[in-house]
Design a binder for this molecule. Structure first.
Ligand code: FMN
Length: 200
């Protein structure tokens, strides 16, 4: 068995591999692909950064009115994908679950921790809308700078965190000769996890 040391609990296994990714020197272990689907069932995917994770789920921050924000409000299901090639012989983690918005307190606290430039950028960007020229964006940035001159930048009302509450987490471990090992954890009715192996 390639991964004989997995925990019974999926999030404990995630934590262990996330720690290993730091030790292994992954350039950014928090970078993940986030897939959403519109109501017409067409999927879309983009890279986001994982900003928090705990027993409640996996959190990223974004504009709620951008494409992913709109899709998740219409259809609150997401899939997250991590690939850590430097961990063991390569690890992939696939997470699927239902999405909820984080509390205002949580979002405010994270927003306040961001560099001022990123805070102003959040005000200036109408994420995923058509931008006629770079100059327009620069003007909006300059306006945000003058609007908040000399004071703290508050969180824009339509910018927040989204939390994916995991229902399925699959860990894929690379191995020589493609004898890979896959472990699928599924949330059971009691709120715990069952785990089984899948053919690679
Ligand atoms: C490494 C990397 C990290 C990113 N992190 C974020 C992020 O945390 N939040 C975010 O809104 N966009 C982030 N982006 C930009 C998104 O990939 C995407 O372009 C943007 O969120 C708009 O997506 P949408 O039109 O599907 O809403 C990141 C891009 C890259 C390449």
């Amino acid at each position: 068995m390639i991964a004989p040391d997995l925990h019974a609990e999926a999030l404990a296994t995630f934590d262990r591999l996330f720690d290993e990714a730091a030790v292994a020197g992954e350039p950014d272990r928090t970078a993940m692909i986030v897939a959403t689907a519109a109501l017409d069932a067409r999927p879309s995917a983009r890279t986001l950064l994982l900003k928090a994770h705990d027993a409640r789920g996996f959190v990223f921050y974004t504009h709620l009115d951008g494409r992913k924000g709109r899709e998740l409000q219409a259809n609150p299901h997401a899939a997250l994908l991590f690939h850590w090639p430097r961990v063991r012989n390569g690890v992939q983690v696939r997470i699927e679950g239902v999405v909820d918005t984080v509390s205002d307190v949580e979002a405010d606290s994270y927003f306040a921790s961001r560099p001022r430039g990123s805070q102003l950028g959040a005000w200036a960007s109408k994420q995923s809308e058509t931008l006629d020229s770079r100059a327009t964006f620069e003007q909006r940035l300059a306006k945000a700078e003058s609007d908040f001159d000399g004071r703290e930048v508050p969180r824009p009302p339509r910018w927040s965190g989204l939390r994916v509450k995991p229902e399925r987490i699959e860990f894929w471990f690379g191995a020589e000769f493609r004898i890979h090992e896959r472990w699928l954890y599924e949330r059971n009715r009691a709120g715990g996890w069952t785990k089984r192996m899948l053919y690679p």
